[in-house]
Design a protein. Structure first.
Length: 366
């Protein structure tokens, strides 16, 4: 007996292609903010929606929090005119029943709402973001009278998209929590090292803050900012292998003592090289004492041969060292530190990073 199977229609093939492409884009990152932006942009594009937003449920308060929006701002969503619509959206997040309204003017409840009339909203779709039976938020889109119509095909597409989005968001959240725990362990390790010397307590945290602020001013990506955060925390981890008599010496180091101190970047690299960290983080730890003119250590790298993160940390590390009390001297002050950064621009430090650090006044943000 032969089994006859219907061939998928061209519209079904197109729908499958759209969803496959959307899934690939949505799942191509584990950064939660990037996931949310990609989900929202894809939903707007596929449904030809005019406005839309994603709200996630805060795990502590259990209230919906706006995370990303297109063509509608937070002020509008928080306004009194929108409050009735928001209550319907909250009911989706609590009960799990989607809103599919192909014509608000024919809906006895929605047609009376001020926000619907004020913005001439005609078509509404709102679906819960669910992981198993747990609702983690909602996706909302709408169109005005002169815009496109939402039909059952749009509803079906959004239902599948929200399932894809919920999984991607949950994966990103899990990764974010894992990464946070990982950073906490790294920070604890750095703090243990700094505890050996009360004069350097908090140094790694301060350098990290300055480095991340510099990265933001340079418009580095979220992933790069996270990596430089790791590098900032870990940059002096190798000092765990340096003797306390050297670290806490109140006077100038002898040639032999300085030779020992110069070993700390290599020791730090050896400590973390087998840990599952990005290579860029390990390289920053190894090369943060390099100088732009090639006279630094351990590799004598020059200019852009020095990894970017290492060049950033070099500036932030030196600034904090000059503006902090040390066992052998008091803080040299902000003005002196700035003058030294300018003086060593192009020799010890990357001129482009110095320009950003000083012009953007990163030192005031730390």
């Amino acid at each position: 007996m032969s089994v006859h199977m219907n061939k998928p229609s061209s519209s079904e093939k197109e729908k499958f292609k759209i969803l496959l492409e959307a899934g690939q884009i949505i799942n191509s990152t584990l950064n939660i903010d990037d996931v949310l932006r990609r989900v929202m942009d894809k939903v707007i594009e596929i449904l030809s929606a005019e406005r839309g937003f994603i709200m996630l449920t805060d795990e502590k308060t259990q209230k919906l929090v706006l995370k990303v929006a297109r063509n509608v701002d937070k002020q509008t969503i928080d306004s009194e005119d929108f409050s009735a619509s928001l209550s319907s959206i909250e009911s989706v997040s609590k009960g799990g029943t989607p809103i599919f309204c192909p014509n608000t003017q024919l809906d006895p409840k929605l047609s009376k709402r001020a926000s619907i009339a004020l913005h001439s909203i005609r078509y509404i779709l709102c679906f819960p973001l669910k992981i198993k039976e747990k609702i983690i938020g909602v996706i909302y889109v709408d169109n005005r009278i002169k815009s496109g119509i939402f039909d059952e095909q749009h509803r079906d597409l959004l239902e599948v998209l929200t399932n894809q989005a919920a999984i991607a968001i949950e994966n990103a959240r899990l990764y974010e929590n894992l990464e946070k725990n990982y950073l906490d362990v790294i920070r604890a390790l750095a703090n243990t090292i700094e505890a050996k010397n009360p004069y350097t307590k908090g140094h790694s945290d301060r350098v990290t803050i300055l480095a991340v602020k510099t990265a933001e001013a340079m418009e580095l990506s979220a992933r790069e900012r996270k990596e430089i955060e790791m590098a900032g925390i870990l940059h002096d981890v190798g000092k765990i292998g340096i003797g306390e008599e050297v670290l806490e010496k109140p006077g100038r180091l002898t040639e032999e003592e300085f030779k020992e101190m110069k070993m700390h970047p290599g020791i730090g690299y050896d400590i973390i090289k087998t840990i599952s960290l990005p290579e860029s983080v390990k390289e920053a730890v190894l090369h943060h004492q390099e100088k732009f003119d090639g006279t630094g250590y351990p590799g004598g790298l020059k200019g852009k041969e020095i990894p970017l993160y290492a060049r950033i940390i070099a500036v932030c590390d030196s600034y904090d060292a000059m503006t902090s009390d040390r066992v052998y001297r008091k803080s040299m002050g902000v003005d002196y530190a700035i003058s030294q950064l300018k003086s060593c621009c192009g020799t010890q430090f990357d001129p482009e990073i110095i320009e950003i650090f000083l012009n953007k006044k990163i030192y005031e943000l730390g």
